[in-house]
Design a binder for this molecule. Structure first.
Ligand code: SER
Length: 602
């Protein structure tokens, strides 16, 4: 079956049993600042599971777009994805275990109404109890599974780590007010030989890949109290969740979810562009899977209005894109490919999520832009990383080449080199504090705040000054500056009005440097050394013996070098995020022999 068939069969099955189909909530939760993404079907329903009446009644069913950022590193095997659709049915204080378990079994096995899976391939797990929280074992579910016909040898019991569900995990991790309960999972046995690397004996929760979880019925009946104890919810609920992609894989008898129909178009693009084929070898397959997963997730995110940035959802999107580029690179694809990979998802989801297809052009443009910028950063960073061999300095790579720390961490891992991430992180904190202190000292009255955009304008200011020197002559120097998150202003020594051509030329140079994705590097050095390098001084400033300078580009081949305390972006391409271009808004006289420019990134 394909994804559309399985989704439809599930919704029809539960509609027939009195459930109202509710639409998928957006991938970015509404009115919930505590979490970045909707990661399960129950998340938008928490108020109703807590007891509030739902307008559609007590029996609900849907297919929910879900994203789990915490699984990003897991992607690469045959069954993990960051984005997935979760099929869900809920009883809000209506039916309970006696109905839920037989219904799900019927859905899985019925040829007419369900998926027609063979009952012999199903194993189930139940909750074995927990002394610490005083929760009893779920014997009732065991009895129900036996009545359904699952033999003892395919009924397993596990503790809180496996058979207790709450968004926060085990009972002890749940914050006050969080809901949870014991659960019963169903696993499909794909019949692969057991891989002994994962333990002596195989069982449903073994990670060797033979058993894949295809559904989880949570008996959502407790809420954690402030004193750490558990209270029964006003009504006992059922919260079922099943991975649509995994269920589809089960109908095909192949555990590899990347072989289901929704990935077909994207896989073909990778075949064509890499000249390889999915499944050729482990490394190739892994790279394909990461790109397929990440580009599907990125398509849904972009279509939902998320844009790449350095914070929150935008940062996760950027990570997905950057990881994909690196994997494409490993496949030997050296030119932009992501927009082509993403193109097919619109059609695959045309009936269930038409907004993805409607956003096709935006998805394409945003991916192209981000890929272009990052490929440049990657080339520079990789070259340096190669030079470092065993002695990898992730901090230097970040501050000097804008090479993301987590990417360095992954690649060091790949080479069997362990990075001291704690040390890297404390260096980062120190670096940021230093930059802030430096900025406070030097830009008192100059830099209005440290908002992301203000920092970008600060870097644009350096680019502008150098561009002015190139166009108007080396005698141009800074006479004053004022930077806010709205614009930058520079006063500079020059006696005449600039011509339109000169202004256009300055803009062109700055925009070229943004497009070149140049690293912005801080170096601490002796004042004389900085003077020897010709670092640009701030007008009227006196400097201590040791100074910090910022260069755009490595010191020995810099576009610009200035005495400066920062803060700055780590790479000029951050100025172009969102397709922004540098523009001179105004050029006017400031005082005798001094001109003033106001400029923006827009
Ligand atoms: N909330 C449970 C899960 O995410 C079942 O829907 O697995």
């Amino acid at each position: 079956m394909n994804v559309r068939d399985v989704r439809k069969r599930y919704l029809d099955f539960f509609e027939k049993r009195g459930h109202a189909t509710i639409p998928s909530a957006p991938i970015v939760p509404e009115n919930d600042p505590t979490t970045l993404f909707t990661s399960s079907g129950m998340q938008p329903l928490v108020p109703y599971l807590l007891g509030q009446p739902h307008p559609e009644g007590e029996r609900l069913v849907n297919s929910q777009m879900s994203f789990r950022a915490e699984d990003i590193e897991e992607v690469g095997d045959n069954r993990h994805t960051t984005f997935f659709e979760m099929l869900g049915n809920w009883s809000l204080g209506d039916y309970f275990k006696k109905e839920q378990l037989p219904w799900f079994f019927e859905f899985l096995t019925s040829k007419e109404e369900g998926l027609g899976l063979s009952p012999e391939k199903l194993s189930v797990t139940t909750f074995s109890g927990d002394e610490e929280s005083g929760m009893a074992a779920d014997c009732e579910s065991v009895t129900i599974w036996k009545e359904i016909g699952i033999p003892d040898e395919r009924i397993f019991s596990y503790g809180t780590k496996k058979n207790w569900w709450s968004r926060a995990g085990v009972p002890s991790k749940m914050p006050a007010g969080e809901i949870g309960g014991p659960d019963s999972e169903v696993f499909y046995d794909f019949g692969l030989p057991h891989d002994a690397r994962f333990g002596k004996e195989c069982h449903p929760n073994c990670d060797c890949g033979r058993f894949v979880e295809i559904g989880n019925s949570v008996f959502m009946q407790y809420v954690k109290q402030a004193d750490g104890t558990f209270k029964e919810l006003p009504k006992k609920n059922v919260d079922f969740g099943g991975g649509l992609e995994r269920l589809t894989a089960a109908t095909r008898g192949n555990p590899d979810i990347f072989l289901i129909d929704v990935f077909d178009a994207a896989r073909k693009v990778l075949d064509e562009r890499s000249g390889r084929a999915y499944g050729t070898d482990e490394a190739t397959t892994r790279s394909y899977r990461i790109i397929l997963d990440h580009m599907r997730a990125a398509s849904f995110m972009l279509a939902s209005g998320i844009r790449s940035s350095n914070t929150e959802q935008g940062y996760v999107l950027r990570r997905l894109i950057r990881r994909s580029i690196r994997e494409a690179d490993k496949l030997g694809i050296k030119d932009a490919v992501l927009a082509d990979v993403a193109e097919g998802f619109g059609a695959s989801y045309a009936s269930a999520y038409p907004f993805v297809q409607s956003a096709a052009q935006t998805i394409c443009e945003e991916l192209e832009k981000e890929e272009g910028q990052f490929r440049k950063t990657l080339t520079n960073g990789m070259r340096e990383l190669e030079k470092m061999k065993e002695d990898i300095d992730a901090f230097l790579l970040f501050t000097t080449y804008g090479f993301p720390i987590e990417l360095t961490e992954e690649m060091a891992k790949e080479r069997g080199v362990a990075l001291d991430m704690q040390a890297v992180k404390s260096k980062m904190v120190e670096h940021q504090a230093l930059s802030r202190a430096g900025a406070a000292q030097k830009f008192a009255g100059g830099l209005a705040d440290h908002a992301e955009q203000t920092v970008r304008y600060h870097t644009a200011h350096h680019l502008l000054l150098k561009a002015l020197q190139r166009v108007l002559g080396p005698e141009v120097h800074q006479r004053g500056s004022n930077i806010t998150s709205e614009r930058l202003r520079i006063d500079f020594s020059y006696g005449q009005k600039m011509t339109a051509e000169q202004k256009a030329e300055v803009e062109k140079i700055v925009n070229e440097k943004i497009a070149e994705a140049m690293p912005v590097i801080r170096t601490d050095m002796k004042k004389e050394e900085a003077e020897k390098l010709g670092a640009e001084r701030e007008f009227g400033a006196t400097y201590p013996d040791t100074v910090s300078v910022y260069s755009v580009g490595p010191l020995d081949n810099a576009f610009s070098i200035e005495f400066c305390g920062g803060p700055h972006v780590s790479n000029t391409n951050e100025l172009g995020i969102g397709g922004k271009k540098f523009k001179i808004q105004k050029e006017e006289a400031s005082s005798a022999g001094v001109r003033r420019i106001k400029a923006v990134l827009e």
